[in-house]
Ligand binder design. Structure first.
Ligand SMILES: Nc1ncnc2c1ncn2[C@@H]1O[C@H](COP(=O)(O)OP(=O)(O)OP(=O)(O)O)[C@@H](O)[C@H]1O
Ligand SMILES: [Mg+2]
Length: 398
């Protein structure tokens, strides 16, 4: 049986890959304006309705933004500006890693029942004098011409699309700012709580979790990764579900269209996914997400604690902390057990609060107050359950 990954040591190994280090959201439900800095693991906690899932949904919008038909999807899946209770939505990210820092922002405006693109910008570099690669207003668009080394007005373009994909198409360099920004947005991966499908395990339609679901991911882990990687994955599964787990198999689904998953315990016949409990499935799915060798710019989970027994949850928190060493991980949770299992809550927790006008505000815990309280309490979860959360509330994030 393998040891649990060491959680105290925080060592980032992002290997020069692009990752999202900051998310900017304005005009979305309870969020008037918010900047979330992500360095490794970021855990959002807060009372019901304090805006955690809204931040997750902002990530989803960013992920989709560069795709064609984005405004249609914005109406279909998010009910447009009406659904977001806003006349003007602004979203942005900072991307760091494989080159100079990139800052991408766009804003959408409600026009009657329609939504129009009000602005879009891509800037390169830090400080007060970043260089614009793309600058667009309601009526005009300018794109950097490498030949002329300045922004040049673009007359012909699709008013209904964001311009970032155009930049990608026209970028000569595969590592140019347009290509990097599109890859970073595409590299956002979002997981909502798991639900059961009729045959295999599926997720809600808003998650593209594992593309075709848990069974397909397990197939990939078992067959496309090395035997050593699969053995380690099986060890992770045993850590949570017990040493009696002999194997997890995937076979062609007789219904077609994918694979069916089964798990074999010692001395028993393989049991199909349909017979597994919600908690077992949720655990397997989280292991699959974290063991798949995918390059993400940001990995987001809304309430990953759902269905999980506290012991399994402690394991899963360890996995998140390990995963966050190589990619940013953002988690929204209500679970005291998850909070109590965090190795460095002062560094990872962001507290969502509604102010007297029901607008979301974001606070960090006060590190020194927390350290004192943690001499007697298990973690922020236990403090919170006893109504002491205010005593460790630190400064508001800018
Ligand atoms: N579909 C919606 N349309 C309009 N407002 C909404 C919608 N969903 C949520 N809200 C509002 O947005 C605010 C933030 O909600 P959000 O779902 O982000 O909170 P949360 O922190 O995830 O809460 P919970 O812990 O209950 O999941 C709340 O004030 C809520 O009333
Ligand atoms: Mg929520």
């Amino acid at each position: 049986m393998m040891d649990m990954p060491k959680r105290e040591k925080v060592h980032r190994d992002t290997g020069g890959h692009d990752r999202i280090s900051e998310i900017r959201v304005a005009g979305m439900r309870s969020i008037e304006r918010l900047v979330i800095h992500i360095d490794g693991l970021a855990v959002l906690l807060g009372e019901n309705g304090s805006g955690k899932s809204t931040i997750v949904e902002a990530c989803e919008l960013l992920r989709r933004s560069h795709r064609s038909g984005f405004l249609d999807a914005f109406h279909r899946l998010h009910a447009g500006c009406t659904g977001l209770a806003s006349d003007a939505l602004r979203l942005g990210v900072t991307i760091v890693g494989s080159g100079p820092d990139l800052h991408y922002d766009f804003s959408l405006l409600r026009k009657g029942v329609r939504t129009v693109i009000r602005s879009e910008e891509l800037r390169v570099g830090r400080g007060n004098r970043p260089r614009f690669v793309l600058k667009r207003t309601r009526t005009r668009a300018k794109i950097l011409s490498p030949a002329k080394n300045r922004l040049v007005e673009r007359k012909e373009y699709d008013r209904e699309q964001l311009l970032l994909p155009l930049l990608l198409a026209e970028d000569d360099e595969p590592c140019g700012p347009g290509a990097r920004a599109v890859r970073a947005l595409e590299g956002i991966e979002i997981h909502l709580p798991f639900v059961r499908g009729p045959a295999c395990v599926q997720t809600t339609d808003r998650i593209e979790l594992l593309e075709n679901g848990l069974a397909n991911a397990s197939y990939q882990l078992k067959n496309a990764c090395s035997p050593k990687h699969w053995r380690e994955t099986l060890d992770y599964i045993k850590l949570g579900l017990g040493d009696e787990v002999e194997d997890v198999s995937t076979e062609g689904d007789p219904g077609g269209g994918g694979f069916a998953l089964s798990i074999k315990f010692t001395g028993r016949r393989p049991e199909p996914a349909t017979m597994m409990s919600d908690g077992m499935l949720a655990y397997l799915a989280l292991i699959a997400v974290l063991r798949l060798k995918k390059r993400r710019s940001l990995l987001v989970f809304d309430e990953p604690d759902l269905h999980l027994h506290p012991h399994l949850l402690r394991r899963v928190v360890g996995f998140f902390e390990t995963a966050a060493q190589s990619q940013p991980v953002l988690i929204a949770t209500q679970s005291d057990q998850l909070l109590d299992a965090l190795a460095s809550p002062a560094r990872t927790v962001h507290i969502c609060r509604l102010d007297d006008q029901r607008r979301t505000r974001l606070y960090r815990p006060d590190a020194s107050a927390l350290e004192r309280w943690l001499e007697r309490y298990r973690g922020i979860g236990e403090l919170r359950s006893q109504w002491y959360e205010d005593l460790v509330l630190g400064e508001e994030e800018s």
